[in-house]
Unconditional design. Structure first.
Length: 149
């Protein structure tokens, strides 16, 4: 079996990947809005200043929605990759505890998924992809062909 360039399922698979990566962040960010005091206590227990909670909610909810829709995807994915690494280090650093080790690896793995979005973008089925297509359609044919690669 040979794959044609671009791979026929590339756009829907990229959409599915974005939605799966974004899901936990949208759900958790939304949940923090409705359990603000509990989240503050959790952060305090781990030595993280509560003043950062609005930024955490913005990163999770806002970044998750940006990734889901594929808008400013590389920027949002980069921020969420950093967020995942920080979460692993600040909240799941007790690597001698098997449960914490799994959480640590989960966060690091999600950071890897977000870095793939940084490297490859959101795909054609995204706001970024639609904007790129509109830009290319406004270019003369030869120049647009060069931009597509």
């Amino acid at each position: 079996m040979t794959l044609q360039a671009p791979f026929a399922l590339q756009a829907p698979v990229a959409l599915l990947a974005r939605l799966l990566l974004a899901l936990i962040f949208v759900v958790e960010g939304w949940g923090k809005l409705f359990n603000y005091s509990g989240t503050l206590q959790y952060m305090d227990h781990h030595g993280v200043p509560g003043i950062l909670l609005p930024l955490v909610i913005l990163t999770e909810l806002g970044g998750g929605l940006l990734v889901a829709f594929g808008f400013l995807t590389r920027v949002a994915a980069f921020a969420l990759a950093g967020f995942c690494v920080l979460t692993a280090l600040l909240f799941h650093g007790r690597l001698s505890d098997p449960g914490e080790l799994i959480q640590f690896y989960k966060d690091v793995a999600m950071a890897g998924g977000f870095l793939a979005l940084v490297a490859f973008g959101a795909g054609d089925w995204s706001v970024d992809g639609l904007a790129r297509s509109a830009e290319l359609s406004d270019m003369p044919t030869g120049e647009a062909r060069e931009q597509r690669g």
